[in-house]
Design a protein around this ligand. Structure first.
Ligand SMILES: Nc1ncnc2c1ncn2[C@@H]1O[C@H](COP(=O)(O)OP(=O)(O)O)[C@@H](O)[C@H]1O
Ligand SMILES: [Mg+2]
Length: 250
């Protein structure tokens, strides 16, 4: 059974159809990359999967359990909070809390969720995650004391601290200078090697091809093409996918 099943997801903003029926599966331990032009609906899809937006139609199931059905959207705050725990999201703009240290950023949500229980274990886990991100010696630094690449690695540790089933990235390196992009891609590559289940929206085509198992090409709110990442990016079947890929500097 796939860990994630998305079926016919639709989302309108007023009269604009932004998602026109998105369906795909993700297996546990797999990474899927989502590519496509600006405005094709990639961010909206991730926001619907994280329940930051409410899709109008379609279903989202995790481990066979239907979490979301557009016919009966959940409005109860506590239920929504629990639904969101299945997904972690790393944004383009790292969105760290500026008044908290790196370690506090990573441990804040789990400490709140536990109501103060397991404090020692949560802090140990936060330190271990920062270590895994190559930031052990930076845990007491505030965001403004860290480079963009370091801040994004803290944001990845923060998302992992809640132990999501599926970790989502929305263009995690787009706000970074090229020399900082590599260090963030490296930690995502390590996560893929450890079989972290991930959805990665990216413009880094070589990365999308080499790190992900599957790839999705979105265009105008639909999935125009999906398949094994290497095949889709090296030999796209659709003319539109070829156009998109050839328009990018390699
Ligand atoms: N909150 C919103 N209200 C109205 N339109 C939106 C909103 N969010 C996104 N859109 C529109 O939806 C389309 C897809 O946007 P987005 O999902 O951000 O695409 P991408 O991430 O692929 O660039 C765009 O035309 C955008 O203007
Ligand atoms: Mg976007």
């Amino acid at each position: 059974m796939p860990i994630l099943e998305v079926r016919d997801l639709k989302k309108n903003f007023d009269k604009t159809e932004v998602l026109k029926g998105i369906s795909f599966d993700l297996e546990e331990g797999e990474a899927i990359s989502i590519i496509g032009s600006s405005g094709s609906g990639k961010t909206t899809l991730l926001r619907c999967l994280n329940f930051l937006e409410t899709a109008d139609e379609g279903t989202i199931s995790v481990r066979g359990e239907c979490l979301f059905d557009g016919a009966h959207p959940v409005t109860d705050a506590e239920k929504l909070r629990r639904m969101r725990l299945h997904f972690g999201l790393v944004f383009q703009q790292f969105n760290l809390f500026p008044q908290y240290t790196a370690l506090e950023n990573v441990t804040l949500a789990p400490l709140l969720a536990s109501g103060g229980a397991d404090r020692g274990a949560i802090i140990d886990n936060g330190k271990q995650l920062l270590d895994q991100m190559g930031l052990y010696d930076r845990m007491d630094n505030y965001p403004h004391q860290l480079s963009g690449g370091q801040q994004q690695r803290v944001a990845i540790a923060r998302a992992l601290a809640l132990k999501p089933d599926i970790l989502c990235f929305d263009e995690p390196t787009s706000a970074l200078d090229p020399e900082l992009t590599g260090e963030v891609l490296k930690v995502i590559r390590n996560l893929a090697e450890k079989k972290t289940t991930m959805i990665i929206v990216t413009h880094e085509m070589a990365f999308a091809r080499d790190v992900a198992d599957k790839a999705i090409f979105m265009d105008g709110g639909v999935i125009l093409e999906q398949g094994p990442a290497k095949e889709l990016i090296n030999n796209p079947r659709q003319e539109r996918t070829r156009q998109f890929l050839s328009g990018l500097a390699k």
